[in-house]
Write a protein that binds this ligand. Sequence first.
Ligand code: NAD
Ligand code: IPM
Ligand code: MN
Length: 370
Amino acid sequence: MATHKLLLLPGDGIGPEVMGEVKRLIDWLNSAGIARFETDTGLVGGSAYDAHKVSISEGDMAKAKDADAVIFGAVGGPKWDAVPYEVRPEAGLLRLRKDLALFANLRPAVCYPALADASSLKRDAIEGLDIVIVRELTGGVYFGEPKTITDLGNGQKRAIDTQVYDTYEIERIGRVAFELARKRKNKVTSMEKRNVMKSGVLWNEVMTQVHKREYLDVTLEHQLADSGGMMLVKWPKQFDVIVTDNLFGDMLSDIAAMLTGSLGMLPSASLGEVDVKSKKRKALYEPVHGSAPDIAGKGLANPIAMISSFGMALRYSFDMGDLADKVDAAIAAVLASGLRTADIKSEGTTAVSTTQMGEAILKELQKLHA
Ligand code: NAD
Ligand code: IPM
Ligand code: MN
């Protein structure tokens, strides 16, 4: 059995709490002889700042590069609001994405049957929902230069962020979306703002070309990103795969998260290019949610987004799709049994803590695997 090297980066706030529930799963997989994971743990975000005055140390960056997959919790919080911009907690995550070249961020939004009434939308609109947002993750306004605040000397300052996309960046994220759609409902919706932004014009043009050249069997639709957001809350089931840039993808995926009932439900996988020789790819798995300072340390966090992010690691990094399916089935079964963390609690269901939810999911998984 191959040994897989994992780097766990719990981070801040609820990050360590939800990571604990993934650790529980990993420990069982190892002890039951189902897989062999070798885990190391590092510091990122505010916790790295407190220890070393950086958002991630060079040592932990090296470990991340060496790992078969990085499992990431969440970073940030009011405690670090005043630290210099360069070493703010979020910078650690952005550096991991950029330096590991994790350009493709898959954010699936699936409505578990038991949560069909947990969304702020009507049951009808979200029952059976299964969409994926493919977010470009290493380009756009997040990383474009210049990125500055300049003092104009007249009591005014000027802030500049720069949206930049090259053809190859749009092509490769397009291919990820089209390939994914082929395994699903065969439809891609590309979202940009070509009516305002030059990068939107190029995005639209390149997506159309990639489609024409390589993926005519897949349906491609174009949607302006603002009305795409509207359509996501109006009738989300019209979508299959949505492909969009870094910033629009960030916003649209938080919207998609609420369709599933809570931000605490949405997992994600950040993937690099497949290496031709080793057939391996760099990858980081993290929930879409943040460090949730408002509920941190209270045992209230929903660990499902984190656990299903680990499920995505099993699927995309370790070729254990069957086990990943069982993780999803275990989550569905626990929700069907009526257990709920506070964020998804509704009348007639049973309130549980982060740990109790993690334990219940593991118990179901053990049953499914027996
Ligand atoms: P957030 O996602 O942390 O929280 C938004 C709301 O959702 C809060 O009310 C929170 O309690 C709730 N929530 C989030 N995850 C939950 C979970 N697992 N279970 C139950 N409820 C949950 O977003 P925010 O408040 O805008 O940001 C807080 C900090 O997190 C900021 O510093 C931000 O930069 C950072 N952040 C980090 C990441 C990341 O590390 N990947 C992602 C988003 C935000
Ligand atoms: C996310 C987060 C990050 C982003 C922050 C924490 C850098 O919001 O992963 O969705 O903006 O990409
Ligand atoms: Mn976000």
